[in-house]
Write a protein of this length. Structure first.
Lengths: 294, 381, 250
């Protein structure tokens, strides 16, 4: 029989565990540190560039001076456009899939397709948007084409979050309503949707965050390199924050001089995403508590 | 339904445009390449034509012909041979001049617009073959704007993409696993509740911001550290992609680890195993399919990422040999070149073909992950 | 000298007092059944013997538990060694995602045994002890998930036996099994008691009657009575015990 010194063994096990856990702890904290480095870097460098003029004026002097108003407006237009398209379509699709469809191979296939769509790289969406909306349908580079492309990109997110929030609604609610003689649609509209609503909105806000930061899909469908005027119709081209950041930091007329503009743009962009994320998280917590209290 | 329709539409348009690349000759529309009719060389591959014009091939015998040096002719060279009068004010004599020139110089190779091809042309009009799928896939040179013949080999781009993504995953996987283990098994609930939204935030930062951060912080850092002429390298791309792939890896692996049944963990502890032994001997094997799904999705995210990579990798379309050299990935190529590629042209179609490759890779990754998680469900029942 | 002694044990989840002043003494090489309605604290009590409740945050124990005369909650006690000495079998079969062989070898490996011959020998002995050897000897390299539920549970018992404990805790070990597998496990318990001291939690009165020497009846965190199984089942001192047992039988 192998002789084992139990006290020694226990000590060794403890030591190994101590070392391993500290390594994991440090690595985890270093990831969080990276996040804070990125955020604080952009905030510190960007804060001096951002002022009222910066967000309310047109770019000037080959984008080395002036503001980023058209990019902000452009991004807001794209967010609005894509959400107007993707939100109703996505929510309806999710309701149909979750409330009306029976489990079958077709449903599974559709689910797989939704997953696949979510996995397609955004640049491929850009290619597709260019081929279909810009060229085939002849819409041209425009807010409409860009919004549709971005809408398709976030569609799987809307569908998935809506589906999850519908699934989280306890079946007993449905049975209770159906038991009272309500029709399926009445049940869905009056019982299921109101309960699922907060989570659906959370999904919506997350999609807004995603849309406002996407660059690749708008490269060839809407984004203008330099267009110091505000869009007047959905068939106009427009500047957009993420694309503007890309342009200013890599291919502007004078990269060194336009660095402050780049930092400022990055800050505005990150604030937009940050607010969307915080809002979504806050909502989730707020409603999560409210539901539990009942 | 709508998603399936979208996928089908994407496939349709992508492949319709992408396959077009194989129906076009890799020579500029309306141009021809001709040689003297007595030249024993009758067929020249498009790669060789490019090498000739790059003066890498300078003697005909390198192509199996006579041991004479090759005379290059481009349209602008015409004034070396003929006077303006001979050519004519509106180039009406040009076709004739070229005809005579090609006929008189046995070692010439001439590249000019087809409209100046005389009806009684005496030379041999080279047949430029359409690009084949295998040439496209294993070609070692990507130079779609090369004259006279575009080079459309995607191998350097595919390798560049894999190279950068592989580097990213090598950095991200250990970090991500460590964080997933920490969050699911070690950290107190309080710490976990703070970390989780922060990791989500990391996923929410737009890729162009990562690219910008990489450009102004990581690229100069790499340049200084390794004393390089440029800091835009595969390594910079890998680092940025690693940060971007982390949330995917962490979230999915953590989920998998938390799904390890409590009873199994307790069984291990009840046998006298320490918490750490339980983690690496039981929890990790139990969640290995979830962990691999996370890793694969992380790779998928890295492969498809465009803007960040475009901004920090330097975009040199050469087969990478070291992580400290510039590389170019498929998505970055599409983003960088589509704006300049004429609509419907060969270059345009080639970029769509790249999109097809990217689509197939990511589809394959998604199906693999679906397969893994299905298998997992099956095992648990 | 008793194998296990519990003196004035109170146990708290936060402020909730889950166990109230439990005093039990258990002799070596006996089977003790812990019975009682759901939530009465019997499982919680069982998990005190190998300090499994330590894993749950905000729990507290007062009083003492002695195994072989040593207070297992005293300062400086080596929990790993305690758990090596006090094996545990759980409600549902819970094999590790490893081969059949590695499942049984696990306890040896984590406790520092590296000698291959010893591991081989101990795995074989343990699997033979639970009468599983003939069924698995040709597929030791196969995943433990390929076994049936009853086989898996016997494998889990073998896994506990491999590190040669002297006490075995069983938390409703047959609740997830069919009658035939249950009968096999009960038979096994009967055989094992010649070498081990066994404490078993069960919901199944007949099972308690069949396998145990003494039975302890828990109700609302209190030990109502602990006596020879025969007495508990035929002539309990307390009315509650009587009601519970007859209620279950009827």
């Amino acid at each position: 029989m192998q002789k084992i010194n139990e006290a020694k063994l226990a000590k060794r096990k403890k030591q190994n565990q101590f070392i391993a856990f500290w390594i994991f702890r440090l690595l985890s904290y270093s990831i969080i540190a990276v996040l804070f480095i990125i955020l604080s870097f952009i905030i510190i460098k960007g804060i001096s560039a951002v002022n009222w003029d910066f967000i309310s004026k047109m770019p000037e002097d080959g984008m080395t001076k002036g503001g980023i108003l058209p990019a902000i407006i452009g991004t807001l237009c794209l967010v609005a456009g894509s959400i107007i398209f993707a939100f109703p379509v996505g929510v309806l699709a999710a309701i149909y899939m979750n409330e009306y469809m029976k489990d079958s191979i077709i449903k599974k296939l559709i689910k797989q397709m939704t997953d696949n769509l979510a996995g397609i790289p955004s640049i491929v969406f850009g290619l597709f948007g260019m081929a279909l909306f810009v060229n085939k349908l002849g819409i041209g580079d425009s807010i409409l084409a860009g919004s549709l492309t971005l809408g398709l990109l976030v569609l799987p997110i809307v569908i998935r979050t809506t589906e999850e929030s519908l699934k989280a609604v306890d079946t007993t609610f449905r049975h209770a309503s159906l038991g009272l003689g309500a029709s399926k649609w009445q049940t869905t509209r009056r019982v299921v949707l109101p309960i699922a609503f907060p989570n659906i909105i959370t999904g919506l806000i997350l999609s807004i965050g995603r849309v406002s930061g996407e660059t690749a899909p708008i490269l060839f469908t809407v984004a203008a390199y330099f267009l110091p005027k505000l869009p007047t119709s959905i068939f106009d081209q427009t500047m957009a924050l993420p694309y503007h950041l890309y342009v200013v930091s890599t291919s502007g007329t004078n990269i060194e001089e336009s660095r402050p503009i780049a930092y400022g743009t990055a800050l505005v962009l990150i604030l937009l995403v940050l607010i969307a994320n915080l809002l979504a998280n806050g909502l989730r917590k707020y409603f999560g508590k409210k539901v539990k209290m009942n | 339904m709508i998603t399936s329709l979208t996928v089908v539409l994407i496939v349709f348009f992508l492949f319709k445009e992408g396959i077009g690349v194989f129906n076009k000759k890799p020579i500029e529309d309306g141009y021809v390449v001709t040689i003297n009719k007595n030249n024993p060389v009758k067929n020249i591959s498009s790669e060789s034509i490019k090498d000739i014009y790059d003066q890498k091939i300078t003697y005909w015998n390198q192509l199996g012909g006579t041991p004479d040096s090759i005379i290059l002719f481009r349209l602008e060279d015409i004034s070396n041979y003929y006077t303006d009068e001979q050519i004519g004010e509106n180039f009406e004599g040009l076709a004739n001049c070229i005809n005579r020139l090609v006929d008189s110089l046995p070692n010439i190779i001439a590249f000019f617009p087809e409209k100046y091809l005389a009806p009684d042309f005496n030379g041999h009009n080279l047949n430029i073959s359409k690009i084949t799928l295998s040439e496209f896939l294993i070609g070692k040179e990507w130079f779609p704007t090369a004259q006279p013949v575009a080079q459309l080999g995607v191998m350097p781009l595919i390798l560049g993409t894999l190279w950068v993504s592989l580097g990213a995953i090598l950095i991200a996987l250990p970090l991500g696993l460590a964080a997933a283990i920490f969050m699911s098994e070690i950290a107190k609930d309080k710490v976990r509740n703070i970390m989780k939204p922060l990791i989500e935030l990391l996923a929410g930062i737009p890729s162009v911001v990562y690219g910008f951060f990489g450009l102004v912080v990581i690229v100069p850092l790499i340049q200084k550290t390794f004393d390089l002429p440029v800091g835009e390298t595969g390594l910079a791309g890998s680092i940025i992609l690693a940060i971007m792939a982390l949330p995917t890896i962490i979230t999915i692996s953590e989920d998998a680890m938390r799904n390890t049944p409590r009873a199994v963990k307790e069984a291990s502890l009840a046998l006298g195993a320490s918490k750490w032994q339980t983690i690496y001997k039981v929890v990790i094997p139990y969640s290995v399919s979830g962990i691999s799904a996370g890793a694969i999705l992380g790779i998928g995210r890295a492969i498809g990422e465009t803007m960040a990579v475009l901004m920090v990798t330097g975009n040199a379309a050469v087969i990478p040999h070291t992580i400290l050299a510039p590389v170019r990935t498929i998505p970055a190529t599409i983003a960088a070149e589509l704006g300049e590629a004429p609509n419907g042209g060969l270059h345009y179609k080639a970029l769509f073909a790249l999109g097809c490759i990217l689509f197939i890779i990511t589809l394959f990754i998604n199906l693999t992950v679906g397969f893994i998680s299905n298998k997992k469900k099956h095992n648990n029942h | 000298m008793y194998k296990i002694e519990s003196k004035n044990v109170d146990f708290f989840y936060g402020t909730f007092r889950a166990l109230k002043n439990i005093n039990i003494a258990i002799k070596a090489n006996t089977v003790t059944a812990l019975i009682g309605p759901s939530g009465c604290g019997k499982s919680t009590y069982l998990r005190l013997f190998n300090r499994m409740n330590d894993l749950i945050d905000e729990t507290r124990i007062t009083g003492n538990i002695f195994i072989d005369g040593k207070d297992i909650y005293a300062k400086g006690v080596n929990i790993d060694s305690l758990r090596k000495n006090v094996g545990m079998v759980f409600q549902k079969p819970n094999p590790f995602p490893k081969t059949i062989f590695e499942n049984v070898a696990y306890g040896l490996r984590v406790n520092g045994v590296t000698d291959k011959k010893i591991i081989q020998e101990r795995v074989e002995t343990s699997i033979k002890l639970v009468a599983l050897w003939d069924e698995v000897k040709d597929k030791l390299k196969k995943s433990a998930f390929e076994l049936s539920g009853g086989q898996q549970q016997r494998l889990c018992i073998a896994r506990a036996l491999a590190i040669q404990p002297s006490v075995i805790l069983m938390d409703e070990p047959t609740s997830a099994l069919d009658p035939i597998s249950t009968a096999k496990i009960e038979e096994l318990i009967y055989e094992l008691k010649t070498q081990y001291t066994i404490v078993i939690v069960t919901h199944n009165m007949q099972q308690a009657g069949r396998v145990s020497d003494t039975t302890a009846f828990f109700y609302m965190g209190e030990l109502i009575e602990h006596d020879k199984t025969k007495i508990i089942f035929t002539n309990p001192k307390h009315e509650r015990t009587q009601n519970y047992i007859t209620g279950r039988f009827g």
